[in-house]
Design a protein. Structure first.
Lengths: 164, 427
């Protein structure tokens, strides 16, 4: 029961805290592409892969009091911070998840910026294409983000490090 | 570029009155066998078991989306930069956006690990009649259409006609689903919305004066979700459908000998489905198997199919995972003890099991929101201007229900069934 909910809590617990809805979306997507057993369905949207299912799941976790969502003002915009509550830790105790390899990945991914993770997840979304085609795709559909060659190279290096 | 038909063709339609077809290409796409298959796939899956009128097909919805986009094109053709290429691309994408959907697609996708977007791509790019018709425009035209449907095309304005927070797909299915289910709360003024739409840089924008029409549309989305799409009786049917598929898949994996070999399910069970197999599936094929599985030797498969075919659905109670987490284990064990397999007969269903895009204001760049075009040319996100929309988008209503076969439990008179009755508070 609610195993998929518990997996999201497990990710947040490993990360300590995740700052930003976009970042949380991309962390789960990248973990999924690394073959970790997440079942949320993703579609491509304006800001890269996005899962409405995950958004709803996080809302459910917040409503149940298993995860807290804190809205923080950052001057011109707001950011949401997610952490697991005591009840969330207790809830997780009912499940027997062994995710040692995931721990390392989550910390690596969580330490990156949302902008960078948007690039990485976009590249992963087009993993059926060659690198040249992917770069072309990033240049056209992410034109406004204006990713540099360096950033794209860093994204590939990061993916390699993760084992993508 | 676009060959016109000698005479305009029309389809009579209960939602838009008429669907107008003026171009040979559109007419020929409608005539392909892959598109005609959509006549045999219900738009709303199991909803007909709750709202008996909901028998409409993905065929009629696809024509409806095409018609809305055709009308948007008539308006946009007045604007500089909106050319025939955009017109053709958007109309084809609108018409074909659902060709990858199979029968009862939500459950099928979950159980068999499928994605209708992958099949849409395969239908458009593979060896199909649709691909042949599209290639008459150009060799890369099928890919262009596939990219628009997948939302990965570089022309984001065209993409937004088919898929955004205010798009032709949603506008048609809300009106159509409301019409066929017989409810009144899915209505909104589509004529007005089309009149106030304007082409923006990356997406459609709405003139400020049209805000109230958009409020109605957002409210309609909200109400239709809770009243129709997430109706607990429909969810009960969906839970049973999903369990039938799980059971059949498990039996196949165990080497069970079906009385009638399920050849149409073979590649699904193996999770290695080819396009030609997928295209043979429709609602009728699935219902045929459910009909004959009512006589299978496996008791669970037989019972679940009887329930689905004869509408003997599971009952439900509200479930709070936090408060009832400890009771869950006891309930699960008691089901086992009572000889009722909890893996098939005890199911928690959450609102996130049926993802639905409530309006999101796009904070933190999750999704692109609806933008209002102010008289001076500035853009403002909808919920910042509309109190009604702000109230709905800020409200995070979620739901969890526990489904179970009340008849099995009420018939039982053992310690285990008595314990279950007490835990579920039913008698």
């Amino acid at each position: 029961m609610l195993e998929d909910h518990a997996k999201v809590i497990a990710v947040l617990k490993e990360a300590g805290e995740v700052i930003g809805r976009k970042k949380l979306q991309k962390i789960i997507y990248i973990c999924k592409k690394l073959q970790f057993p997440f079942n949320e369905k993703y579609q491509f949207h304006f800001y890269g892969p996005y899962s409405e299912e995950l958004t709803l799941r996080v809302e459910e976790l917040c409503n149940l009091g298993l995860v807290t969502e804190v809205k923080e003002s950052k001057g011109g915009y707001y950011q949401y911070k997610y952490t697991v509550t005591e009840e969330g830790n207790e809830f997780l105790g009912h499940y027997d998840f062994q995710l040692p390899e995931l721990r390392q990945c989550i910390n690596e991914i969580n330490s990156q910026s949302s902008r960078f993770l948007e690039l990485v997840s976009t590249i992963l979304f087009f993993d059926r294409l060659t690198k040249e085609e992917v770069v072309e795709k990033v240049r056209t559909i992410k034109r406004k983000q204006n990713y540099s060659d360096d950033e794209i190279d860093q994204a590939y290096a990061f993916m390699k490090k993760l084992g993508c | 570029m676009l060959e016109r038909l000698n005479e305009e063709k029309v389809f009579k339609d209960p939602v838009h009155r008429y669907i107008h077809v003026r171009y040979r290409l559109i007419w020929d796409l409608i005539g392909t066998k892959e598109f005609q298959r959509l006549r045999r796939v219900r738009q709303l899956g199991t909803t007909y078991l709750t709202f008996h009128g909901a028998e409409h097909s993905r065929f009629s919805h696809s024509l409806g989306v095409y018609e809305i986009v055709r009308r948007i094109n008539e308006i946009f053709s007045q604007y500089e930069g909106w050319d025939e290429e955009n017109e053709l691309l958007s109309m084809c994408a609108a018409l074909l956006h659902d060709v990858g959907h199979g029968p009862f697609s939500h459950s099928f996708e979950k159980v068999f690990n499928l994605d209708h977007e992958d099949f849409t791509r395969m239908v458009l790019l593979g060896d199909t009649e649709i691909n042949k018709v599209l290639r008459r425009v150009s060799e890369d035209f099928p890919l262009q259409v596939a990219d628009v449907i997948a939302k990965t095309h570089n022309n984001k304005l065209v993409v937004s006609l088919i898929s955004s927070q205010i798009d032709a797909d949603r506008m048609d299915y809300l009106l159509r689903d409301a019409y066929f289910t017989g409810v009144s709360y899915g209505q909104f003024d589509i004529e007005r919305i089309l009149r106030v739409m304007r082409p923006g840089d990356d997406q459609i924008v709405i003139k400020q004066s049209g805000m109230h029409a958009v409020e109605d549309y957002i409210m309609s989305r909200y109400q239709m979700y809770w009243q129709i799409y997430f109706h607990p009786v429909t969810r009960s049917a969906e839970v049973i459908l999903s369990k039938i598929l799980h059971r059949a898949k498990q039996l196949f994996a165990q080497g069970y000998e079906f009385q009638f070999y399920p050849i149409h399910f073979y590649s699904l069970f193996k999770e290695d489905i080819r396009l030609e197999d997928f295209l043979k599936l429709d609602d009728s094929v699935v219902m045929f198997y459910f009909q004959i599985w009512q006589e299978e030797n496996d008791q669970i498969l037989r019972d679940l199919c009887e329930r689905f075919m004869n509408r003997r659905l599971f009952k439900y109670i509200e479930f709070n995972p936090m408060q009832q987490m400890n009771a869950w284990r006891e309930l699960y064990d008691s089901f086992h003890e009572a000889g009722i397999d909890p893996d098939y007969y005890l199911v928690v269903d959450s609102s996130s099991d049926l993802p639905y895009d409530f309006y999101r204001p796009g904070e933190e760049e999750e999704r692109l929101p609806i933008h209002l075009l102010k008289p001076g040319g500035d853009l403002r996100e909808l919920s910042r201007e509309s109190d009604v929309v702000e109230a709905i988008s800020g409200k995070k209503r979620t739901d969890h229900k526990l489904y179970f076969p009340a008849d099995f439990i009420l018939e039982g008179n053992t310690d285990a069934t008595r314990r279950i009755k007490s835990l579920l508070q039913i008698d």
